[in-house]
Design a protein around this ligand. Sequence first.
Ligand code: GRF
Length: 190
Amino acid sequence: MNIAIFASGSGSNAENIIQYFAARNEVHFPIILSNKQDAGIHERAKRLGVPVICFTSKELKETDNVLNILKEHQIDFIVLAGFLLKVPANLINAYPNKIINIHPALLPKYGGKGMYGSHVHEAVVAAKEKESGITIHYVNEMYDEGQIIFQAKCEVLPSDTADMVAEKVHELEYNFFPKVIEELLTDAKK
Ligand code: GRF
């Protein structure tokens, strides 16, 4: 099974996932794809020995370049881990129910365009929510609206800052994202 991870940011989830599967022979990560030349993911990928292939948002939207890269590397499954661009129809059609994303809140709340990273946690704190969490979902052409696969919650205290919520959410991500991917891959084989 060949998985491609798409990442635009620091890449801590990408690293955690690749390390989780390092001891499992059947899952490979031939490439990471990124739309950012200067993101933290590059440093991590170098350490992990996984090549990063960069593309522009125009290339993603208007050409089959990214799709062709995925085909060349015989990619079976796509994981978005902090990837900020909308996934276009050509990829969704080529990988039906094989593209998943993690969102750092309990969708359908705090999703949609502009709701990423610290914006999400700031909105959660501003709304005085008592809980937040993670949502792992299939990707369709609408931001954060694909079918939900898994959610996990954490408590938000009145004294919590957005950074503190982010830390709790990251902990859930590191704990659950690789396990959920593993379950999906196991189910896919049945
Ligand atoms: C994570 O919080 C993830 O839920 C969101 O973007 C963040 C990525 O962090 N989609 P990292 O790049 O994996 O460190």
